[in-house]
Design a protein. Structure first.
Ligand code: ZN
Length: 234
């Protein structure tokens, strides 16, 4: 549901779970995700959420401001995340260049281009990150394949503001290209999570048991992506 609070639209999603208390958190897509005990009724939950609206809206404003500042990320000497590490963007303008190219050199992501307009540079980086993401997830999917009975039917890297990974009942797995900005253990977690959906199409106890068996410290990665996910963009 969408609530209008002091001129700000706040998107609230309530999920009822087997749990004792209410937790409220801001997702990377800026939705407010409320986890409530199964027994709680919506009025009770909304009362608690409303009492926190002031805090939530302040936090949302802070995040929006931060991400606006981060908008100018594809300029020379700004930093972007790649596999959990920060790299400086170095733009080399060459009007005579036939085709732009991009490569990683030490701590820099070097872009040789005939057009250094922000949009153009952003597209070059994005295309590169998408390609690297597909390469990396394919590599890690085969690395973990022996832990699973079935194989993914297809693996794709897509643009999404809603998910990091997705697996349908056909075993087609999709990954958000921005995942390539995360450290390898976080990428691995999302891969294990989606591959485990090939066996369990839900988030049941058996599903999480499967994830934990392959990656005992997976909660650490869930936490990392919860905190850093919203900054993983260019
Ligand atoms: Zn899932």
């Amino acid at each position: 549901m969408i609530i209008n609070y002091k001129g700000q639209e706040i998107n609230i999603l309530i999920e009822y779970r087997k749990r004792k208390s209410i937790s409220i958190k801001i997702d990377y897509d800026l939705k407010i995700r409320v986890l409530a005990p199964k027994e709680a009724n919506q009025d009770q939950v909304m009362n608690i959420v409303e009492s926190k609206l002031d805090l939530i809206s302040k936090k949302l404003n802070e995040i929006r401001k931060l991400s606006q500042e981060q908008q100018v990320k594809t300029k020379n000497d700004t930093q972007i995340l790649y596999m959990g590490k920060k790299y400086f963007i170095k733009i080399v303008l060459d009007k005579n260049l036939e085709k732009s190219n991009i490569s990683i050199q030490n701590n820099d992501i070097v872009i040789n281009t005939q057009n250094d307009e922000q949009e153009q540079v952003k597209n070059i980086i994005k295309k590169y990150l998408k390609k690297q993401c597909l390469k990396q997830v394919k590599k890690r999917v085969s690395y973990y394949q022996s832990d699973f009975k079935s194989k993914p039917k297809s693996i794709k890297v897509v643009e999404s503001n809603k998910f990091w990974g997705l697996c349908n009942s056909n075993r087609d797995i999709q990954f958000n290209w921005r995942l390539i900005m995360a450290p390898i253990e976080v990428i691995d977690y999302v891969i294990i999570h989606e591959m485990s959906h090939m066996a369990h199409m839900n988030h049941s106890k058996s599903f999480w048991k499967m994830v934990a068996k392959i990656m005992p410290d997976y909660k650490k990665q869930v936490e990392w992506i919860g905190i850093n996910g919203r900054y993983m963009n260019i």
